[in-house]
Design a protein around this ligand. Structure first.
Ligand SMILES: *Cc1c(COP(=O)(O)O)cnc(C)c1O
Length: 425
């Protein structure tokens, strides 16, 4: 699952004591484990090795260039959704021939940047977007490839804000429209429409939707091929589950066991765009308890991290396991579970300092006794954590620290007050 474990009641990130990092760098702080990123990437690479597969790690989940750099070195490609992510990925040494560019609202400037960078595929979300790509490719005298994002009308059964594969979302085109788009634009000299992209959403907990999606898409591919179109690649998107609770989602091998047999012998390259399943477990957000307070029947633990640092609980009602960085041996968590009641825990709400009632990390949660000054770890914070953070309430964004074995280094400095106003002068 990951490399954040307790030894003698103290939480370690790989071989580094989390308390040491907090003392040196301050809190709140995101702490990443390189070994966890590598472990997850390699497990996916291995699980799909029977097919011609490119893993395109989703930059928006967690995109610090130091992280992208070692991911690129380990053979990962990248799934990007903006010009900023393209820039970041190229700066990190990402291989353009393994970059796929998705997003419903690419601007002309962004498209031209990606054409100039020679990305592998533009993932096209509508007919109008394809027409615009063709126009810009012609204008800049570039040739590129495109994958049409097809919406298979399958729900992942997660939160409505992170469901993208059903008909009533802004993403992709439906299967009938897809055939029309290929008929109209399938053999353009500047833009070769030669792949299908599917992305069902985020946070899936079963493999079934993926298998259903493949089973719905394969007949479309057969049909398009029989009409003379070249379909060289299927991009199955991201959305694979991460262990926010211990062992609650399929492993990479489980997903592959469902998907690979369906695609064997189909003469299709496979692209996967995992974000969360690689990065979520690869970080913790460490925060300091500022105050504890009783209000009516409720006990509050007020911490120095806020919704501006980690918005997932407020935005998606997301669960993050939380536990003190230092505990008595008998209170070392036996697993990460929604309701882990152990002898000596007490029910509390863990909340941030921001002036919003949505500023919480946990409600009615059993936690070991926590006093002013105590460090808490918010687990599985590596996906859509730092990347969704903001300066709301004029709070500088947190530092980011990367741990590698016995060593750690700051890979993004904590923002200062001067940083907050630097662009306003
Ligand atoms: C966000 C996104 C992903 C990654 O999703 P995860 O749930 O983090 O795996 C992959 N592909 C596309 C097109 C996306 O928008």
């Amino acid at each position: 699952m990951d490399y954040f474990n307790y030894k003698n009641g103290k939480l370690f990130a790989e071989d580094v004591d989390v308390e040491t990092i907090a003392a040196e760098v301050g809190t709140p702080v995101y702490i990443y484990s390189r070994a966890t990123f590598m472990d997850h990437l390699q497990k996916i690479q291995k699980a799909y090795s029977q097919l011609d597969t490119t893993i395109c790690y989703s930059v928006k989940a967690c995109g610090n260039i130091n992280i992208l750099k070692f991911m690129a070195e380990a053979g990962s490609g990248f799934d990007i959704v903006s010009g900023g992510e393209l820039y970041r990925t190229l700066q990190a040494g990402g291989d353009p021939s393994k970059i796929v560019y998705a997003g419903v609202g690419k601007t002309d400037a962004e498209i031209i940047e990606a054409l100039n960078a020679d990305v592998a595929y533009f993932n096209i979300e509508s007919k109008a977007e394809l027409e615009n790509l063709i126009r810009l490719a012609k204008q800049t005298n570039k040739k590129t490839k495109a994958a049409l994002r097809v919406n298979p009308d399958i729900a992942l059964g997660t939160h409505v804000h992170i469901t993208t594969g059903v008909k009533e979302t802004k993403f992709g085109v439906d299967i009938e429209q897809a055939q029309k788009v290929f008929a109209d634009y399938g053999d353009n000299p500047n833009v070769s429409l030669c792949a299908i992209h599917v992305h069902l959403g985020s946070g899936g907990k079963t493999i079934d939707p993926y298998c259903q999606a493949v089973e719905k898409i394969l007949p479309l591919i057969d049909k398009l091929r029989s009409q003379g179109h070249t379909i060289e690649c299927l991009d199955l998107g991201g959305g694979y589950g991460a262990d926010y609770e211990s062992n609650t989602v399929p492993s990479a091998a489980d997903y592959a066991a469902g998907i690979v047999p369906l695609l064997k012998g189909k003469e299709l390259k496979l692209i996967l765009e995992p974000g969360k399943s690689i990065s979520a477990n690869a970080a913790i957000l460490v925060t300091t308890t500022l105050f504890t307070k009783k209000s009516g029947s409720k006990n509050f633990v007020i911490v120095d991290a806020g919704m501006n640092d980690l918005i997932r609980p407020a935005l998606y009602d997301a669960f993050h396991f939380i536990w003190p960085v230092k505990v008595d041996e008998n209170l070392v968590p036996t697993q990460r579970a929604k309701d882990l009641k152990m002898d000596g825990t007490k029910v509390v709400d863990v909340v941030g300092p921001i002036c919003e009632s949505a500023d919480f990390f946990a409600k009615d949660r059993s936690l070991p006794p926590t006093e002013r000054g105590a460090l808490l770890s918010i687990f599985t914070a590596g996906a859509y954590g730092f990347t969704m953070s903001s300066n709301y309430n004029s709070r500088g964004r947190t530092a980011e620290v990367l741990v590698d074995g016995k060593n750690f280094k700051v890979i993004r400095k904590r923002e200062t007050y001067e940083d907050l106003i630097a662009l306003e002068k």
